[in-house]
Design a protein around this ligand. Structure first.
Ligand code: AP5
Length: 222
């Protein structure tokens, strides 16, 4: 079977990270979230983190040249030998071109781009309620999946917080960046014949059932 390389695509806050994490656990594949990689650099105050910080906090995309090397290094690691899940990358057509070039050098290609979409009011509600654990990164939602004790992570007892870029005034900038720069990837992947669209308005488990069935079909057809 060829290597399973999945791209999770969709607007900020639609729930792609939630779905990618579940699938990665089920399939024992690495879940590579560029947002998480950058937040880790921010936390460690690396040179890359310092360069990315301003863009991220303003809700803008980090320039392609800072993102591409980071991802190429990550997918070259041994744990990606059986496949991997990319969450939040590519986010521009140029990023996909870099990915395609790197994969084709090893006779590989993207198996499928899973595109999640939901009405804007759903997206805004999901972003504004998101809470993340500072210590272990576990994710909650103030209304849809709250912690048992307010502000305290159920998993590790760490403190939960709201991401800087989840503030209401930043969300419209993120959505506009998505429309202008990431939206064109939808027709791009459709033309390549690898796009699979999911209605992301339902509950986490309902959506996951559809994702899992699609990926099982993909593995059988490979
Ligand atoms: P990143 O971290 O990738 O942010 P994003 O794309 O904006 O995505 P989110 O993490 O906000 O949302 P999500 O779709 O994963 O939703 P989630 O599952 O968390 O990127 C952050 C920044 O980094 C970017 O703005 C940019 O600056 C930079 N960056 C990253 N990659 C880059 C790249 N390739 N190029 C350039 N710059 C890059 O769910 C959201 C909430 O909803 C959670 O609380 C969750 O519990 C809840 N939820 C999820 N699903 C459901 C459901 N079905 N029902 C109810 N609630 C749900």
């Amino acid at each position: 079977m060829s290597k399973l390389i999945l791209v999770f695509l969709g607007p900020p806050g639609v729930g792609k990270g939630t779905q990618a994490a579940k699938l990665a656990t089920d399939l024992a594949l690495p879940h590579i979230s560029t947002g998480d990689l950058f937040r880790d650099h921010l936390k460690r105050d690396t040179e890359l983190g310092q360069k990315a910080k301003g863009y991220m906090n303003e809700g803008k995309l980090v320039p392609d040249e800072l993102v591409v090397d980071l991802v190429m290094d990550r997918i070259a690691a041994d744990d990606c030998n059986e496949g991997f899940i990319l969450d939040g990358f590519p986010r521009t057509v140029a990023q996909d071109e870099s990915l395609e070039k790197a994969l084709s050098a090893n006779d590989q290609k993207v198996s499928a781009a899973l595109y999640f979409d939901a009405p804007r009011e759903t997206i805004v509600a999901r972003i504004s309620g998101r809470r993340t654990c500072k210590a272990c990164g576990a994710m909650y939602h103030a209304e849809f999946s709250p912690t048992a004790k307010d502000g305290v992570c159920d998993a590790c007892g760490g403190e939960t917080y709201q991401r800087v870029d989840d503030a209401a005034e930043k969300v419209s900038e993120r959505l506009s960046e998505y429309d202008n720069k990431t939206g064109p990837l939808v027709p791009h992947y459709r033309e390549k014949g690898v796009l699979k669209q999911f209605d992301a308005e339902g509950g986490v488990d309902d959506i996951y059932g559809q994702v899992k069935a699609f990926v099982e079909g993909l593995k059988q057809g490979a």
